[in-house]
Design a protein around this ligand. Structure first.
Ligand code: ZN
Length: 97
């Protein structure tokens, strides 16, 4: 009955990599694979868990950084932007160039 007294609680459940902070303070992060809900914490340290939706309404700043047709997801709650995780990209095994 060796119940560990100290659980590893300092680790975030879904560590996300901060990629960029826009001039208006919007965070741009990289999703972890299969992530569907926002991993941001609000001022009360509560997980946001907002739904991530594909978003096309980004401005020039995002276009400049990630391209005109960037695949961007936005949390519908806290408006944090997410980039798709590289491991999630479909692998066809064929190089198109
Ligand atoms: Zn959020």
């Amino acid at each position: 009955m060796a119940t560990p007294k100290y659980a590893v609680a300092d680790q975030p459940v879904a560590p996300t990599e901060l990629v960029l902070t826009l001039s208006d303070g919007t965070l741009v992060k990289r999703r972890v694979p299969r992530m569907r809900a926002c991993g941001e914490k609000n001022v009360k340290e509560k997980l946001c868990a907002g739904h991530l939706k594909r978003w096309h309404g980004f401005g020039d700043e995002v276009k400049k950084a990630f391209g005109q047709d960037a695949e961007i997801y936005r949390c519908e709650k806290c408006r944090t932007l997410y980039l798709p995780n590289l491991e999630e990209e479909p692998r066809t095994g064929t190089l198109s160039w």
